[in-house]
Design a protein around this ligand. Sequence first.
Ligand code: WQD
Length: 341
Amino acid sequence: MHKILVTGGCGYIGSHTVVDLIEQGYEVVSIDNFLRSNEKQWQRVQQLTGKQIRNYAIDLCDASAVQNVLEKESDSVGIIHFAALRTVPESVQHPLLYYTNNIQPLANLLNSMQQVKIKNLVFSSSCSVYGNPDSVPVTEDTLLNKAESPYAYSKQICEQMITDVVASGADIKPIALRYFNPVGAHPSGLLGEVPWGKPNNLVPYITQTAIGKLPKLTVFGGDYPTRDGSAVRDYIHIMDIAGAHRLALEFLLQQKGTKPVELFNLGTGNGVTVLEAIHAFEASTGQKLNYEIGPRRAGDPATIFANNGLAKECLGWQPQYSIQEMMLSAWKWEQEMAKIN
Ligand code: WQD
């Protein structure tokens, strides 16, 4: 049984990927210090999989701690590196927190991977590396514009770091997965996105408004040059994102890589406006949403969505879930959280 090291295994995307990997027969070891996750989520991962999973609650910024864990787990066939902070407004207020937490761990991992001879790396990147794209849909060759936030810039820096380490001759085989907008929750209702404080992302904001935790949703901008004036994004179900990580790993294990750093967009390829997302939520859940149109949010591109042809072609990846299913699973999770918290 192949063993995979997953950093951030207790977080939103990490936990869904851990469940998928175990269900597909992999052994998983996690590294997560619960900076942005919690032990209850980790217990639910173990409940869902029926497995006791080892988790090292170390600070990935601590090079010696990282080295120690990778020496202990040196028989791992690869590492999936999720652990990072990902709240854009927070990154604007606390840039050093983001540059430290999102960059130093990757440097430590890349260094220790070379020491213990773990070659395969799947890196959690983001569509935010494109900045405000000049044209859509974006392909992996789309030029990266100026990052709109320290979070986005930290992801650009990480991709460049991986490129430079490989170019320096390191025997590392990396894939960077550029997520578009991960949303939704595990069909069991036991796992989902646990916002850190007040949500910033659209879908948790929708579900918290619907359940009455927040009074109303403000649509940030109704005057964009789009179908209905609200901004366009590429929402992708968390389960589709999770499955893509296993396929990326298998791509590396089968040594199918031909480039120094393989890049893949993980989006549905369908652009959806904020108002369309709200209407999809209302239609799929029967919940009427209290919202109003407000001013644009600084840094938001009007439109971004993926050309996902490369992931389909190379990884054999095919997103399965519709926007309605994304919204329904998010709503089911919000209702579940109300019971367990
Ligand atoms: C989506 C749309 C908002 C809240 C983020 C990260 C990015 C990536 C994907 C990880 C925008 C609008 C939102 C609200 C609204 N993450 N909105 N009212 O900014 O597209 O991207 O997730 O890889 O790095 O930045 O996501 O959910 O914040 O916003 O109108 O209360 O919803 O303006 O158009 P975003 P989001």
